[in-house]
Design a protein around this ligand. Sequence first.
Ligand SMILES: C[S@@+](CC[C@H](N)C(=O)[O-])C[C@H]1O[C@@H](n2cnc3c(N)ncnc32)[C@H](O)[C@@H]1O
Length: 258
Amino acid sequence: MSSPASARLDRFRRARRDRDLAVIEGFHALKHALRFDAEILEAICAEPQQLQELASELAPDLGGRLMALAHPVEPELFAQLAPRAARTGVIALAKRTHPSFSAVLTDHADAPIVLLEQPRDLSNVGACVRVAAAAEAAAVIVTGRHDPWHADAIRGAAGLHYALPVLWCQEVPASDRALVALDPAGEEIGLREIPPRAVLAFGSERRGLSQELLAQATHRVRIPMRAGVSSLNLATSVAAVLFALRLAATDRGREPSR
Ligand SMILES: C[S@@+](CC[C@H](N)C(=O)[O-])C[C@H]1O[C@@H](n2cnc3c(N)ncnc32)[C@H](O)[C@@H]1O
């Protein structure tokens, strides 16, 4: 018969391969997951005193929810629950969300969708999810072989996968949205020329966007950079575009109506 400790280790190990589950490592990721209504199945902490202090200082809005959820275990067991144990001493299992592509693509709100074509670096994917959530993008869609719900991506996103739809596919279904390719070799155009509800496509860290995607794009746009600089980092370019659009929309909202 397995002990409770080995059963717990086994659940965390299996969860890393389960497409319905998410492993949430660290205080900030768990804090955001709770704020955005993740269904937490199990939470484990190594140092209840430290968790209590973090919760009181950084997440008073969660009241006692974090402490009520977190089950204390010995530090030796905690260290085995993740390849790199979270310094903040907490880890959790939660259900993933499975939003529908058609609901996301047909949504009529003005917010853009971020499409990441075959990204290679999971921390970059996480950083893109984090900034997309902050800028209130409609969704993040990821193609390629890297699961955007991998624990490293969730850690990079500080748990903000629960704040907006994050979808994984190999081919993005067609929709009525404009497809805007973000490409260092694109044209410099005004923000007003980027239509609302666009799918903003960003390429992989090494190769950029594929020829197939560039051929389908309705616009090919460049973020202006100083001469001699080849490109921005993937997550930095997502942040630049989303916040430029968001600030432009805020400015338009402030313009006096004529
Ligand atoms: C690190 S860059 C890829 C660099 C790649 N060698 C290339 O030339 O596209 C990753 C992605 O960030 C986006 N990006 C980076 N700098 C950009 C810029 N100045 N203008 C538009 N998109 C940019 C693009 O979508 C690009 O595919």
